[in-house]
Structures are given as structure tokens and as C-alpha cells.
Design a protein around this ligand. Structure first.
Ligand code: BGC
Length: 463
């Protein structure tokens, strides 16, 4: 490695390293921000009450439809809850055309309705004339809810930017598109993917304390008690008692938007400034899959501008924003430096020197490690807020499932915070693999909602 490239790499490494002390500082701030979020004044973290006011028992049964909107694909799922914590499901994926993510709202909702209509014809036959099928709509963006079947989009995240949706309830938009096609579906619940993950995982594993997504975006949900949420004071119906739970969709991707503690680098700042929503989702922009490849790309472009890498090479195709998705750093870390060489040649027609291959591969490790370590501050923050000493944090998402060593690094960082001094297999707070939150979770929530309605219980705020 040349002296200067080595020096630049060492500098990046130290900027991206998160020490135990820093983890501690961030976690402490997290606890304060979680509390602020549920206070009437609010804070950076929205802490959205979801009006999911039951724990799943595992005995729920019935057949439900769910859709999952939140990333690259729309997924439509038919779920049969069998009781005994078991379920069956079939699903189909419909890729969301890229221009639709920043296009017209009617196109998006008509596309969802058409996909659902096709799925129903396929699953139930062309001439299905039965009762309206209950649908759980998993909408994985921050939404303020006054009731379970209601959700006003607060801000688009993860690169979506469709005018006319922020500030509006998305449930009637979907229902209107379905009604235009006479699709026999009724949207009974609007669900965040993390809430779905929490409920689906608890349906199968009673020790679940959190539902987490480390994917294109990042976020978490947990159960609080409805009466412990100061901002709901005066809004709870009379059937709510001291023991009534309330799932909270934290939306903690927005943590530290006023930038008090996060060790943001110039690359993180650039990503934010060039995003459709500058000033938002500071935490998410450092750890979520939508951004990790972009961090790598910006570091390399910085080195290039200093004449440290890709000398005399045409780097035009690397100059395209988001030219590398998270599979780049994740696959490079998995397969090593030579793989980086092949990938850069095949994708960008850039020939890497051995030194460059090594630096890129080391950068991928550092980027992945930073993401995993920062990720646990949210988990530790929720545990401290709720005084959880043990339990399962059910996680899902491409970064959690596919970025090499993410789980191990996250578990190690949690141990640094909690100082358990035991074998990793015995850590009392464990990261576990979640059940399909957007499908099964949405179905369980739809079922719990139907039961509440039948029992005459509230499913939203007091009017
Ligand atoms: C959204 C959350 C979602 C998370 C994971 C974030 O960008 O704001 O609602 O849970 O991504 O999908």
C-alpha cells in the first residue's frame, strides 16, 4: 500500500470506529430521546402509538391477506393462522418499477390494487364472490395513527418521494384504488413492518420483546403500556386499563436529527444533503442498507479526488449516485479482496490493483462493523427504558440476514454495553431471527383487530 493511501485509509478507519464509550454516550442519549418521543411535546423520534393493544396468544386462527410495501418489491401474502403458534402462507412479489418511487401517487396505489387483484384471482379463482377479505396493510414508512385502520404519512424515507402523500391518510387511498377494481378486500389494519415483526415473532415465541428491521431502512417496535404514554393522556377510550399494552413503532431512524451525539463523517453529511429529505433520518442514514454501499462509493470517490486510487482509469460509472447497493460491501466482505477486483471490473470496468482490492475489502468490514455497533444503541436504549433484563429481540431485513458478521458484531457491542461476562450463547438479551412480520404479523394484527371490534373494544383514540 502506498504511504498516502495507507494514511487515508487509517484516517477513515478511525473516523468510522465507534468505541465502547461512544456506544455508551449514544445509548444514554437514546433513552432520553425515547422518553421525549412519548411526551406530549415530542422529539426527534416519533414514537408512534400503533393501536395494537393486545399481545398475540399464538391461538389466533383465520385467513387473512397482507401486503408489504416498503422496499424494492411489493409483496402480497395469503396467511392462514392455524393456532398453536403455527401458520401457513403463500406470497407473490411484484417488483415496484423504479420511476414509481418518485412518481405519481395514483399510479402507486393503482399498482398495489392491481397486484392484489391479480393475486386474489390466482389464489381464489377468477369468479370469487365470497365475503370481503380482510387485509393488513404493511406500510413501512413513518405514519401517525389515530386508529388501527388509519395512518398519516409523516415523511417518505428510503428514497421514496411521491408528492401528495405526506400529511395524508394512506388507507383511503389504497381502499379507493381497490374499490375502482371491485376487488373484494377491506383494509382492516395499517401496520409498520417493525410492529408486524414484533407481533409475528411474539405469536411464535413468547419471549420476544422487540421487533426490529435492519434492512433498506432501520427501525424498531416494542410493547409499552397505553397508560404510560404521556402523549396519549386524554385520548384513551374507557376500556383501556393499566395493563392494556400498546405497541409503539419508534421510528428511531430519526434519532439524533438535531445531531448531538452521532459520529457522523463528511460522507454521512453528504448522503444526507443529497437525499430527497435532508435533515431527516440521521441514524438510519448511517446504518441502513439503502446507504451502506453509498458510504463506500463516496469514500472511494474521495480517495480518487486525492489521486490515491483508480489512477488513469475511467470512473464515470462509479460517479452515478447509488451505483453500489449494499450487496457490494456485503458480498466483498463475504468473499474477500479478489472478489472486489472481479466485481469492480465486471460492474464499472475499473481494474483494481492488489492494494486497492485490499483497501476496499477492509473498508467494507469497517462500514459493516460501524453499522452493527451503532445499531445496538437503539436496542440497549429500549431495554434500559423498559428495564428489560432478558428477552429476544426479533430482527429481520437484508442487513441483518445477509451482511456478514452483523449479528455477531451487534451481540458483541451489546455485551460491551451490558457487560454480561458470559459465553455469547448465554447473553440474556439475544438477537433472534424474526418471523415474517409484514405477512404473518399483519395477519395476526388483522385478526386481533377483528376480535376487538367484535368485543366492542376500542381500536383507536377517543374522538
Ligand atoms: C421507515 C420505517 C421502517 C424502516 C424499516 C424506515 O425508513 O421509516 O417505517 O420500519 O424503514 O423498513
Amino acid at each position: 500500500m502506498t504511504q498516502t493511501l495507507q494514511a487515508a485509509f487509517e484516517k477513515t478507519k478511525s473516523e468510522l470506529t465507534v468505541t465502547t464509550e461512544k456506544l455508551e454516550e449514544i445509548t444514554n442519549h437514546f433513552v432520553e430521546e425515547l422518553e421525549k418521543g412519548i411526551s406530549p411535546a415530542g422529539g426527534n423520534i416519533p414514537m408512534n402509538p400503533t393501536w395494537v393493544m393486545d399481545y398475540p396468544l399464538g391461538s389466533e386462527t383465520g385467513e387473512y391477506l397482507a401486503i408489504d410495501l416498503g422496499g424494492t418489491n411489493l409483496r402480497v401474502i395469503r396467511v392462514t393462522l392455524q393456532g398453536d403458534s403455527k401458520f401457513k402462507s403463500v406470497n407473490e412479489k411484484y417488483p415496484i418499477p423504479v420511476p414509481m418511487r418518485t412518481g405519481n401517487k395514483d399510479d402507486l396505489f393503482d399498482f398495489i390494487a392491481k397486484s392484489l387483484d391479480d393475486f386474489i384471482k390466482h389464489q381464489y379463482g377468477e369468479d370469487y364472490k365470497g365475503e370481503k377479505l380482510p387485509l393488513g396493510f404493511t406500510f413501512s414508512y413513518p405514519a401517525h395513527q389515530n386508529a388501527i385502520n388509519h395512518g398519516v404519512l409523516q415523511t417518505w424515507t428510503k428514497g421514496f418521494d411521491i408528492p401528495g402523500v405526506e400529511g395524508h391518510d394512506v388507507v383511503p387511498m389504497l381502499q379507493a384504488s381497490l374499490d375502482k377494481l371491485n376487488t373484494p378486500v377491506e383494509v382492516v389494519a395499517l401496520i409498520n413492518d417493525t410492529t408486524g415483526t414484533l407481533v409475528a415473532s411474539k405469536y411464535c415465541d413468547t419471549e420476544t420483546i422487540m421487533g426490529l428491521i435492519f434492512g433498506t431502512g432501520c427501525n424498531g417496535a416494542y410493547y409499552d403500556f397505553a397508560k404510560n404514554i404521556p402523549k396519549l393522556e386524554g385520548k384513551l377510550a374507557s376500556d383501556i386499563n393499566d395493563k392494556t399494552p400498546m405497541a409503539i413503532n419508534c421510528e428511531y431512524g430519526a434519532f439524533d436529527n438535531d445531531w448531538k451525539v452521532l459520529p457522523r463523517t463528511k460522507y454521512d453529511i453528504q448522503i444526507d444533503q443529497e437525499s430527497p429529505r435532508p435533515g431527516q433520518q440521521f441514524y438510519e442514514k448511517m446504518i441502513a442498507g439503502y446507504y451502506l454501499g453509498e458510504v463506500l462509493r463516496l469514500i472511494l470517490l474521495d480517495y480518487y479526488s486525492q489521486g490515491l486510487v483508480f489512477i488513469n482509469q475511467d470512473i464515470k460509472s462509479l460517479q452515478v449516485p447509488f451505483a453500489m447497493d449494499t450487496s457490494f460491501p456485503s458480498m466483498i466482505e463475504e468473499h474477500g479482496p479478489e472478489y472486489a477486483g472481479r466485481l469492480f471490473k465486471d460492474t464499472f470496468n475499473i481494474t483494481l490493483t492488489k492494494e486497492e482490492e485490499k483497501v476496499i475489502s477492509d473498508l467494507c468490514q469497517i462500514i459493516g462493523t460501524r453499522a452493527a455497533r451503532l445499531s445496538v444503541c437503539s436496542i440497549a436504549g429500549i431495554c434500559r427504558k423498559m428495564n428489560y433484563k432478558s428477552g429476544h429481540c426479533a430482527a429481520d431485513g437484508s442487513v441483518f440476514n445477509r451482511y456478514p458478521y452483523f449479528k455477531e458484531r451487534a451481540a458483541a457491542a451489546l455485551n460491551e454495553l451490558f457487560k454480561w461476562n458470559t459465553d455469547p450463547n448465554d447473553y440474556p438479551i439475544k438477537l433472534t431471527h424474526a418471523e415474517d412480520g409484514s405477512g404473518v404479523g399483519a395477519a395476526v394484527i388483522a385478526c386481533l383487530t377483528e376480535k376487538r371490534l367484535l368485543a366492542g373494544k376500542s381500536v383507536g383514540a377517543k374522538l
